[in-house]
Design a protein around this ligand. Structure first.
Ligand code: GLP
Length: 240
């Protein structure tokens, strides 16, 4: 894993955006895997600003990491809603060019299989954007997830539901299950960008970089990724 650190996140966002811009320039139809959460929002905004200055993002094909089970696509906290608002509309992407998991399907296991199949039919992910949960999760692969896990239905830990409750009005509104790409699925992406900012991520980041590759810290699996770059601000990198 390549590590890039800087005092503040603004220059890191620019460098990550440069990496994506280089990919888009080489392949306008590249497959980008979107991470949700608050950390990558400034990256998406930076790319939207570049689109306003002429960078054509409209031919990209879009997939994502995960989705809550039980929320309809129109729910403001569904990841499909996030992607529509932050990616598809501002970048001018046709929703037909997306592969997103159907979190409100009647059969979530079938939806997980269809999602993994959809990623395969896209030809895999050229650039996967990733965040990290304070407990070391990537996507919704919670501690204990097998390093070769595939896309599946998972139970969210109490920690993760608590951390994500800031986006909901009440803790009991946070779904208890999710669909997630597996760790094995994520490791098949051809390139990955991990973004982690702030002291709240320092412990998880240290375990991701310096710890053993261990299912107890799902993000540590990125040590085995052939082309992953972690952009860390000084606070997030403080423990490593
Ligand atoms: C959620 C997502 C993860 C994301 C994590 C961190 O749990 N499923 O993909 O990395 O949140 O989010 P944030 O960037 O808001 O800290």
């Amino acid at each position: 894993m390549q590590i890039v650190t800087a005092e503040d996140s603004a220059s890191l966002i620019c460098q990550a955006a440069d990496q994506i811009e280089a990919l888009v320039s080489a392949n306008p139809e590249a497959v980008i895997g979107i991470a949700t959460g608050s950390t990558p929002e400034p990256l998406y905004a930076e790319l939207t600003a570049r689109a306003g200055r002429g960078l054509d993002l409209s031919w990209l094909r879009i997939t994502c990491l995960d989705e809550y089970i039980g929320l309809p696509a129109q729910h403001p906290q569904s990841y499909r809603h996030y992607i529509a608002e932050q990616i598809l509309t501002p970048w001018g992407i046709d929703p037909a060019h997306t592969v997103l998991p159907e979190g409100d399907a009647a059969d979530p296991h079938a939806a997980a299989a269809a999602f993994e199949d959809g990623i395969r039919r896209l030809g895999g992910v050229d650039m996967q954007i990733l965040g990290i949960g304070p407990n070391g999760h990537i996507a919704f692969n919670e501690p204990g997830s097998a390093l070769d896990s595939r896309t599946r239905v998972v139970e969210l830990t109490a920690d993760t539901r608590q951390a994500n409750s800031r986006f909901f009005e009440r803790l009991d509104e946070v779904p208890r299950q999710a669909l997630t790409q597996g760790i094995g699925t994520i490791l098949e992406s051809r390139a990955a960008i991990m973004l982690a900012f702030g002291a709240g991520k320092a412990e998880a980041v240290a375990a991701m970089i310096d710890g053993p590759v261990d299912p107890a810290v799902p993000a540590s699996a990125l040590q085995r990724h052939p082309n992953a770059t972690a952009y860390l601000d000084t606070a997030a990198a403080a423990g490593s």
